[in-house]
Design a protein around this ligand. Structure first.
Ligand code: PRT
Length: 114
């Protein structure tokens, strides 16, 4: 299942990231994100783990609609985890860019040769 997005929709991650940063100054009474920040990195990391397992279960069951929903939950909570550590998707993008063109198999072999 592939959903075609309008060009501007690709900015949804940037908009969400700005919003997550802004939520650091919100009340946990009115914001789910602010509540997670208040609960701290352990709780946020736990949510990331839960959502990853739920995404894996959906994929294993072949439930693509459920998988998309769980993948969105996973990405959302991973972004909160990054922000709680003073990091952002920009850091992850930079790491992926650094790895660009480097075969995973060759990289693995270089590690096991040591
Ligand atoms: N994208 C999301 C988003 N995706 C998922 N969720 C919430 O993440 C939670 C997922 O947790 P679970 O499925 O485990 O459900 P749960 O039982 O409520 O969770 P727990 O009680 O176990 O912690 C649900 O409460 C969802 O509503 C989200 N909550 C908010 N956003 C975005 O974040 C923005 C800010 O939200 P607030 O901080 O609440 O204003 C929103 O405007 C949205 O753009």
């Amino acid at each position: 299942m592939t959903t075609t997005l309008k060009n501007t929709d690709w900015l949804v991650l940037e908009r969400l990231e700005d919003l997550l940063e802004e939520r650091k100054n919100h009340s946990a009474e009115t914001s789910y994100v602010a509540r997670l920040y208040e609960q701290g990195p352990r709780k946020i990391a736990q949510k990331v783990g839960e959502e990853a397992v739920e995404a894996a279960i959906a994929a294993t069951a072949g439930d693509t609609k459920e998988l998309v929903g769980e993948a969105a939950d996973l990405l959302f909570h991973l972004m909160i985890l990054l922000q709680s550590q003073g990091l952002s998707l920009t850091d992850v993008k930079a790491e992926l860019a650094r790895r660009e063109g480097m075969s995973g198999l060759i990289e693995k072999a270089s590690r096991t040769e040591d």
